[in-house]
Design a protein around this ligand. Sequence first.
Ligand code: SF4
Ligand code: SF4
Length: 189
Amino acid sequence: MIPAESAVKEADGLAFGRRVREDSGVDFNRCYQCLTCTLSCPVSFAMDYQPNQLMRMIQTGAAAEVLRSRTIWVCASCETCAARCPQGIDIPRVMDTLRQIALREKIAGREAAIPAFHLTFLKSIRRWGREYELGMVIGLKIKTRDFFNDIGLGIRMLMKGKMGLLPHRIKGAGEIQAIFRKSREVGED
Ligand code: SF4
Ligand code: SF4
């Protein structure tokens, strides 16, 4: 495992910009700060850096701030910004690339719960072919060390049968696992 600090340092500056461009295939250098993306974004209120600011930060090589930002995890990949950007910049693709880099480099960002949920959810899908809610809740609690928040809600859901005690593997689980294996081979996992 690469310690977060050295990963950020390694990814710093121009090398970071090059890596994001190569991995995403998006030329974010075409951004001229018109703000259309930010004004269109439905979740910009919850971001620590607005989408246009993030583009500028990648251009200037602010690797550590970008990879630790809340923005890359709050982005809902709704594609509104990409559809409206006059320069045709695929911002959600850039966000996706940044999330992958942050996960691969094990960089602890300001929004720890969302990547923890992301990994726990994927693990459940890979194993069972579908979401195993109780397993996800337990996995998430262990990852975030937040053991008691929402415990009452969890118990009520169990009692009303909204969450099953045991997992159910779907028929095509093997095919789902094959998709995960293929993704890993091409470096998308
Ligand atoms: S809409 Fe496109 S060009 Fe305008 S600020 Fe956003 S990324 Fe840059
Ligand atoms: S894709 Fe992300 S950054 Fe773009 S508008 Fe949607 S939520 Fe905002």
